[in-house]
Design a protein around this ligand. Sequence first.
Ligand code: DC
Length: 636
Amino acid sequence: MRTALVIGTGLIGTSAALALSQRGVAVHLADHDPEQARTAAALGAGTDEAPDGPVDLAVVAAPPAHVADVLADAMRRGVARGYIDVASVKGGPRRELQARGLDLTPYLGTHPMSGREKSGPLAATGDLFEGRPWVLTPTRDTDTEVLNLALELVSHCRAVPVVMDADAHDRAVALVSHMPHLVSSMVAARLEHADEAAVRLCGQGIRDVTRIAASDPRMWIDILSANPGPVADLLTDVAADLEETVRALRALESSDEHKRREGATGVEDVLRRGNAGQVRVPGKHGSAPRVYETVAVLIDDQPGQLARIFADAERAGVNIEDVRIEHATGTAGRPHPAHGRAQGRPGPHGRAAGAGLGDPAVTPVSPPAPAGGEGVRMSEGFRGASNLVRGVSAPRTPHPTAPGRCSSVENGAAKPVIVAIDGPSGTGKSSTSKAVAAQLGLSYLDTGAQYRAITWWMVNNGIDTADPSAIAAAAAKPEILSGTDPTEPTITVDGVDVSGPIREQDVTSKVSAVSAVPEVRARITELQRAIAASAVTGIVVEGRDIGTTVLPDADLKIFLTASPEARAARRSGELKGADLHTTREALIKRDAADSSRKTSPLAKADDAVEVDTTDLTLQQVVECVVTLVEEKRAGK
Ligand code: DC
């Protein structure tokens, strides 16, 4: 395959595009939101320019509800030799296309079985599909060439192809993904109004069961709407089990000995059936479950303890398969920054806010146990090599079939990292900051959006933005809330989502005047410092005065610059209703106002690293900043 067109540049589309681009395929990117395609292109996933003629393969990565429309449109336009979609349901889209009378020989329904709780191009990675099953649902009519193109795509993504019938696929994903998702949500929903005292006791078990409940409901409504029947069938079975279990538990409450015995049998039955189902869950990378030895290690709440365990394991020749931190009772709820994760990236939201390692905590480490008693001997060697292994519990005899499970290390050792990114408009601050934060698992704050939000409020409340005293008098009134997830930043004023309106020309032309008023700056600066102080893993804060005034003690300060032409070109694409010339003039005027105001003007901090982005791609700038942060973290 030489050329591909990815239509839909969310998490899956952009990840596939990244993998294809990395393997030398010329990828074109399209999305109903051109900004999204531009972001994916800037991340190195391909070009957002339309191809000259038909490409080899079109990959439709639209939500299930739109897949048939997008595919039908692409097929009618003849944009490719072969067409695949990657939606999570397969029967419905195929039937819809059939109903439209399209020739389906060049179409193949596929479904890569991987994802994250995050969505959007910024969450994408070229290795998202590595080792994961990628389901292909060819029919007798599917063109062999298209099947081969799809297999090539799967191989480029280093996924494992699995061929299935479309309806069998939909029943299977209902069982292994859609139904469990709803059950996880239902369990997590019990926590919404639970007592704080109860929630504080959450441990690894509830984290495991509710992890997927953090996903975006809009995406899941789409998925479930495309596969309601099989999911409802399975939930009916779960409901029957629930009823049985409730009956058994009620019997356990009874004073009648016979009933109690029956109750215990009923509960045991569901637990045993759970065991039997659980052991069938394949291990990592879809392989058969393996037997692992679990070693419990007691460690102190001190930096470097985990590093020592890993070093000791290496000395003993033990390959650590997985790590889990369990926090000692009594430390729950103590706020602590997350340290990192054994697998994947640290996440800044929710998960990271767990308890820190308190006084002694128990850490099971799971090296694989190859054969017979060798695993036990290996971990014995590990115990011998490590003076950290203080034998809290003897290595447990491995469960005959239970595989090691992936879990996160949430340790309290690392200090949150604060990154300040300043510079004039159009230098790529926002895109860079969001991508850096997403890659490093940090929070993200767009301070320009806060100044825009307060300006929007002034305009909407009839405050004369040419009158600094009127602005000063109203500065404390609006409530401004910033959501700091880099993949989905939000901004509200008095509960109203203003993400769109604050980018309008009217706000843009007035924001410099409003943000120059000292009372406005004092109010917003206080807000920014509070947000930065509460970021668990750390934060990337972008603005004009972050390194100089708001966070002068930031761990890393970056000052981005670019030529006025490059900045105007970038901005005219972002702002609504603005041509290049007008944008350039307005931008130069706004920079001049921002740089010359008396209170904390736009300025480079003495200790900031200056990066000229004129001739750099977003990817290059991001790599540069990520490296600088990592070097800081490593104390270089
Ligand atoms: O980054 P932006 O263009 O969205 O910022 C809008 C305005 O807000 C900008 O013209 C100057 C002001 N601003 C500021 O004064 N201080 C900051 N830290 C961030 C933005």
